[in-house]
Design a protein. Structure first.
Length: 270
């Protein structure tokens, strides 16, 4: 089996990467024995190994569930049999809470998970809730999250323009990458793009917007390119305008006017 790697522009030839063989039941049995304790109520496998799409460099994503009364510990990493294991600690209550937040739900809902341990049935019930998740009740909150974001991202617009004027390329690259990340998330949340995994995130958003759309064209160009990121901001405002609160839209449109004035000034100076 091969795993297709999308090209940068979505049109050039495809390359392939061979997937690795699935991990054995013995590997997971030993891992569960190692990780289990009185505080563990369940363990699940996620990520590429759960989807049978792992490459030789994929990490093994493990989530250990503790009782809702306990505070999850920070994620840790260990190596076993030459593989990097990413071990997070979660509670069922925390995941349910995140499912009610559109900006978190888009990264939780999609994707296959394998239950490795479920002492009291709570983890299995949670997985079934995720599998029957309905985006419709979150649409209003998703609109609110995205259009509020477009207002506060005006700060990134001004930061980019400041760094252009100062000709500070490193600071400009940092500011541009922040705006690009924020705009992609805003569109994903507003449109309810349920992200399958990190590898498909950008592709899913582009496909939702339309592969030949202006938004997708700017998105493909924007990484590390200052003016294009500003154009992507403009295009994202146009996309989200029908859902935006008037106060948020007022700030976003003013930011666009600043962009127009600044670019006109830049073209005359440089």
């Amino acid at each position: 089996m091969t795993n297709q790697i999308p090209p940068n522009d979505g049109k050039t030839k495809q390359h392939t990467v061979k997937n690795v063989e699935p991990l054995s039941d013995e590997f997971f049995d030993d891992l569960v024995t190692e990780l289990d304790s009185d505080e563990i109520v369940g363990i699940i496998l996620g990520g590429s190994y759960a989807r049978n799409e792992a490459t030789p460099f994929s990490d093994v994503d493990i989530a250990c569930f503790v009782p809702d009364s306990l505070k999850p510990t920070p994620k840790r990493f260990i190596y076993r049999d030459g593989r990097l294991l990413s071990i997070g600690t979660k509670t069922v209550a925390d995941i349910r809470s995140e499912l009610a937040r559109p900006e978190r739900a888009i990264f939780i809902v999609s994707g296959f998970r394998r239950v490795l341990l479920d002492k009291d049935g709570s983890v299995g019930r949670l997985i079934r809730e995720i599998e029957t998740f309905d985006w419709e009740p979150l649409k209003r909150a998703a609109d609110s999250y995205a259009n509020f974001g477009m207002m506060i991202y005006a700060e990134h617009v001004h930061k980019i323009l400041s760094e252009i004027f100062k000709r500070d390329d490193l600071a400009l690259s940092c500011a541009t990458s922040k705006l690009l990340s924020c705009l992609i998330e805003a569109v994903a949340v507003q449109c309810g793009v349920l992200v399958k995994n990190d590898s498909t995130y950008y592709r899913q958003v582009q496909e939702t917007m339309g592969l030949d759309s202006a938004w997708t064209r700017y998105h493909r160009l924007a990484s590390g390119v200052d003016v294009v990121a500003l154009n992507l901001y403009r295009e994202t405002v146009a996309l989200l305008r029908p859902t935006m609160h008037s106060d948020h839209l007022e700030v976003a449109e003013q930011a666009i006017r600043v962009i127009d004035e600044a670019l006109a000034l830049l073209s005359s100076k440089f």
